[in-house]
Structure formats: structure tokens, C-alpha cells
Design a protein around this ligand. Structure first.
Ligand SMILES: O=P(O)(O)OC[C@H]1O[C@H](OP(=O)(O)OP(=O)(O)O)[C@H](O)[C@@H]1O
Ligand SMILES: Nc1ncnc2[nH]cnc12
Length: 212
């Protein structure tokens, strides 16, 4: 992925007017590539920030308003599809629950399989399990053994990266199956994530950065 491996690809501050509650459109302003992609402002505007949910102090980035706007929902999916098409990606791994909203559409569009990374005790077969710490608790992700073959190229998809704990667990799961994790893709990055350009050595591609 060349130059893109060395920066939080497509992510950065921008000068767009921002409503207080809306995340700032930040992506597609790849280094030296000129103006931001015009679709990003619509994506940013369609994300609602809800203070103190699910507990005091958390600024919850809610993607459900974006899902109610088909054109904006499509823009978000298209931006990921444009990025990963033709890269020999065999699998899109989506993180339960919100990675299940975007992951399958991306997988179908690029001709990849979709692998659900599920919360504990939901998958009936043999699983790999990885625990992680969240902004508001701890959790675990599981993946079916045999979902991916050694050496297959994979992208991990979720709606948001906060601490990076969930994505790191997803990367660990795929790597236990000897998959080649190419990148993680999220709609939203929280500002505190800005210091992480990589997770477990893997690039993280973010469309918009939340102000809060
Ligand atoms: O970067 P992190 O600090 O790990 O947090 C990000 C994760 O938190 C949210 O999911 P959540 O665990 O709330 O589960 P849900 O999608 O089932 O609501 C979000 O959808 C990410 O998966
Ligand atoms: N601030 C936040 N908004 C939405 N989902 C989250 N998951 C972890 N932190 C979150």
C-alpha cells in the first residue's frame, strides 16, 4: 500500500465548517492528493453525537441517521469499495454488531467472502477467541476456525475506532488463522485515536474523525 502504510491514510484535520455535534469530515485528503472527497461532509453530517451514552462521559457517535439516508450510506460503502477493489482481498471481516452493517456490502462489491467476528457464544462451530478492553467495559470476539485460509488477504471493517481494543482483537483473531490482514477500515475515528497510525502493525483507514 506504499505511502499509505506510513500514515493514517485519508485521515487528517480539515477546514470544513462543522456543526458542534457532527464529526469532522477528515478523510480522502491523502497526502499530496489535494482536496478532500466531497462525499465526506455528507457522511460527517449524518453522524449524530449523543452525550453521556451509554454512560456518563461517553460521547456516543451514532451512525443510525446515516443509515436512514441511502445516498450517504452508499457513499460510505462506495468509498471503502473504491479503496479495496482490485487488491486481492479474499475476505472482509466485520465486527459485531456495527461492522455487520457495512462489511457485507463491501465484501459483495469487491467479490470477497464476509467473515462475521461475533461476540462470545454466538458461533456454533470451533472458534478462536480474543478478549479486549473497551471504553465502557470488556468484551470478547470469536471467529470460526476455517473461516479463512493461511495467507488469504483480509480487511477488518467496523463503524468506529475508539481505543483500538476491538480492532486489535480482530487482527489477533485473523492472525491466529494465519491470514494476511491488509488494513482495518472504520467510518469514524475518535480524536484520541489520532496517535495510533497503526494497530498491531496494521494500517487503519478512517473516513471521518469525530470532534468529541
Ligand atoms: O476502539 P474500541 O475502544 O475497541 O471501541 C470500538 C468498538 O466499540 C463499538 O462497539 P461495541 O463494543 O459498543 O458493540 P456494539 O457494536 O455491539 O454496540 C464500536 O462499534 C466498535 O466495535
Ligand atoms: N464514543 C463511541 N461512540 C460510539 N461507539 C463507541 N464505541 C466505543 N466508543 C464509542
Amino acid at each position: 500500500m506504499g505511502e499509505q502504510e506510513n500514515n493514517k491514510t485519508g485521515v487528517g484535520n480539515n477546514a470544513m465548517a462543522v456543526v458542534d455535534e457532527a464529526p469532522v469530515a477528515a478523510a480522502a485528503k491523502e497526502k499530496g492528493r489535494g482536496a478532500a472527497d466531497p462525499r465526506l461532509q455528507g457522511i460527517s453530517d449524518a453522524i449524530r453525537v449523543v452525550p453521556h451514552f451509554p454512560k456518563p462521559g461517553i460521547m456516543f457517535n451514532d451512525i443510525t441517521p446515516l443509515l436512514l439516508r441511502p445516498a450517504v450510506f452508499k457513499d460510505a460503502v462506495d468509498m471503502f469499495v473504491e479503496r479495496y477493489r482490485g487488491m486481492g482481498i479474499a475476505a472482509v471481516a466485520g465486527i459485531e454488531a456495527r461492522g455487520f452493517i457495512f462489511g457485507p456490502a463491501i465484501a459483495l462489491a469487491i467479490g470477497a467472502k464476509f467473515i462475521p467476528l461475533r461476540k462470545p457464544k454466538k458461533l456454533p462451530g470451533d472458534v478462536f477467541s480474543e478478549s479486549y478492553v473497551l471504553e465502557y467495559g470488556t468484551d470478547c470476539l470469536e471467529m470460526h476456525v476455517g473461516a479463512i485460509e493461511p495467507g488469504e488477504r483480509a480487511v477488518v471493517v467496523d463503524d468506529l475506532v475508539a481505543t483500538g481494543g476491538t480492532l486489535s482483537a480482530a487482527i489477533r483473531l485473523l492472525e491466529r488463522a494465519e491470514a494476511d490482514v491488509v488494513e482495518c477500515a472504520c467510518l469514524i475515528g475518535l480524536p484520541k485515536f489520532k496517535d495510533f497510525y497503526k494497530l498491531n502493525g496494521k494500517p487503519v483507514y478512517i473516513l471521518v474523525e469525530s470532534r468529541k
